[in-house]
Write a protein that binds this ligand. Structure first.
Ligand code: IPM
Ligand code: MG
Length: 370
């Protein structure tokens, strides 16, 4: 297969981790006989510096023309001025909207090798395997907004949801649950918010089409608690934009580190292979405090590459090979600082990437000899 992968490395540790993901994807291409072209574009703070805008038109055009987008992270103290006309985060929100990526899939799977890296007790973590489906192009992130301005007296953001926005994301989550353990929890704050009461009503209607699913509606504050107390009880969780943002940072701690969690953002657009044109990114941010030191964990970016292979290129075997290579290096005890025991030996971002490539290549050549 020939594929064009648009790379938006972004800011902070973004370039360091996407570099390792690209190395792994190149090894997949070589090992499985594909051709991947990487088209690097600017988005976020780096784009503000170079081109004066967080989301250049040419970046959006390139993303639309490609088969999938691999994204690092955006943002940093340099662009944090609250009065600045543009911010790196506008780039990421803008590209999600421009590509119509309404569903953000954030799987949280605990690698047994990392059970010690989580702040939670092992018996609570046993069997954790969640998929959070976060609505990504609506809600309070995109509703009518008023900045505080010069006067600084009042500001507002609006949590606005429409029926079609809720329907499509809940349906996608329901389909995902049908292919898993058939449990779906829909998150809202229906005891207070009107937009949540609509969410619950529409979700209930959509889920009537899925009688095989075990469905529950959970208030977001209660969900924050359940995720810590009994995370293994959940399978698929569907939530609005803001609630999903918050709950997935929390869920990442179940996996030991934010540095482990990949994500896929999907919409209705298809690429030339007939698969969803998706955007793949680690859920972690640009981590300016450790940028440039070569110590960031590239596994979330590498695992995002695996999701890219699966969802946008339809290459399931290749995706599984990457995930197995990651599991293998963890099994061998290879650790970046974020997932290491205090005092134990760690490797750099680059060495972690190299070792995943090595494990992958060994698997591919072992496979071809069978
Ligand atoms: C995420 C991030 C983004 C978000 C930021 C960088 C705008 O936190 O992808 O979870 O809030 O969506
Ligand atoms: Mg977030």
């Amino acid at each position: 297969m020939n594929a064009t992968i648009v790379v938006l490395a972004g800011d902070g540790i973004g370039p360091e981790v996407t570099n390792e993901a690209q190395k792994v994807l190149s090894a997949v291409a070589e090992g499985f006989g594909h051709r991947f072209d990487f088209d690097h574009r600017l988005m976020g703070g780096c784009a503000i510096d170079a081109l004066g805008t967080s989301l250049p038109d040419e970046t959006v055009e390139a993303a639309q023309a490609g088969d999938a987008v691999l994204l690092g992270a955006v943002g940093g103290p340099k662009w944090d001025d609250p009065n600045a006309p543009d911010r790196p985060e506008r780039g990421i929100l803008g590209i999600r909207k421009a590509l119509g990526l309404f569903a953000n899939l954030r799987p949280t799977k605990l690698y047994p090798q990392l059970i010690q890296a989580s702040p939670l007790r092992p018996e609570i973590l046993e069997g954790v395997d969640l998929l959070v489906v976060r609505e990504l192009t609506g809600g309070i992130y995109f509703g009518p907004r008023q900045e505080a301005g010069e006067a600084g007296q009042e500001a507002h953001d609006t949590m606005l949801y429409t029926r079609p926005e809720i329907e499509r994301v809940v349906r996608l989550a329901a389909e995902a649950a049908m292919g898993r353990r058939r449990k779906l929890a829909s998150v809202d704050k229906a005891n207070v918010l009107a937009s949540s009461r609509l969410w619950r009503r529409v979700a209930t209607e959509v889920l009537a089409d899925y009688p095989e699913l075990t469905v529950e509606h959970v208030l977001v504050d209660a969900m924050a608690m359940h995720l810590i107390r009994r995370p293994a009880d959940f399978d698929v969780i569907v939530a609005g934009n803001l609630f999903g943002d918050i709950l997935t940072d929390e869920a990442s701690m179940l996996a030991g580190s934010m540095g482990m969690l990949p994500s896929a953002s999907l919409g209705q657009e298809r690429n030339r292979h007939g698969h969803p044109l998706g955007l793949y990114e680690p859920i972690h941010g640009s981590a300016p405090d450790i940028a440039g030191q070569g110590i960031a964990n590239p596994l979330a970016a590498i695992l995002s590459g695996a999701m890219l292979l699966r969802h946008s290129l339809g290459l399931e075997q290749e995706a599984a090979a990457v995930e197995q290579a990651v599991a293998q290096v963890l099994e061998e005890g290879v650790r970046t600082p974020d997932i290491a025991h205090t005092g134990s030996e760690t490797v750099s971002t680059q060495v972690m990437g190299d070792l995943v490539v090595q494990a992958l290549s060994e698997r591919i050549s072992a496979g071809s000899q069978e």
